[in-house]
Design a protein around this ligand. Sequence first.
Ligand SMILES: [Zn+2]
Length: 304
Amino acid sequence: MTDNTVNNFRIGVDVGGTKIEAALVDATGAVLNSARIPARHGNAAVVEDIVSVARQAAGTRFDEVSAIGIGTPGTVDSATGHVGNIVNLDVVSLDMGPEVSRLAGVPVHVENDVNAAAVGAAVLLGGADGLDGTIAFLNFGTGLAAGIVQNGVLLHGYSGAAGEIGHIPVEPHRLKCPCGQYGCLETVCSGAAVGRLWPNADPPMPDLIRCASRREAKAVDVLDMVVRAIGDTIQILAQSVDPRLIVLGGGMAKTGEPLVEVITAELRRRESQCRFLESLDLPARLRLAPAGQPVGAIGAAMAA
Ligand SMILES: [Zn+2]
């Protein structure tokens, strides 16, 4: 960081199903400016939009940008920058990293959106200990997946599948999963799954918790099933990588404190039966993903 003060700016781009957001950040991850545009469909439009929103966020400082980081849905090969199957944007196969780099004239790094958000949450929530240790980010979105950041570095694994815990089957006699297995965690405790199990409201989770707190029988049953699956998810993550912080993110986490309360109650119930679990004190490690900040864009920039 001594002779590198000129090119310390990075741009993070968060590609979503309906919008693309970019943030200009400094070396610490602090946001200097941001921009967002509606997402268009198809390879060429996606590449053009990423570069265009990146230029908007950087403004006159674009020439001082050392790298662009992108977080995107789909199947991402972060080593090559290739992305497959961004369903909402009609992208089947795209060399996103190389094409954006060619158009923007800047090195580009691509991560999947959950991994990018994990880095962003780690930067924003790391506190006095910064990026030390392991921080796990649980994304309760359309699917269920985790991003794992160790001392500021993403854990990808051998094939890029580290953190894909949504397809661990824990209830063999329950619901069929689109992946082909039965009883995957994702069939019960992803945002989309809760929407199917509790179709009475949008968003479903705050309403489900409210109805369960009024002792409505059906709500109590559904919430119990969902929260047990969340408890299993958290234990699998916690007992595999022993993270310092467990961040709850994705659409369902916007439920906020009521969600933290029901998860805490479930973990405390389990602790009361298990001294080992009690010694881990997992409720103390739970955090909500920061609201009102471009977490995915910040993380994409810092992972670049
Ligand atoms: Zn599955």
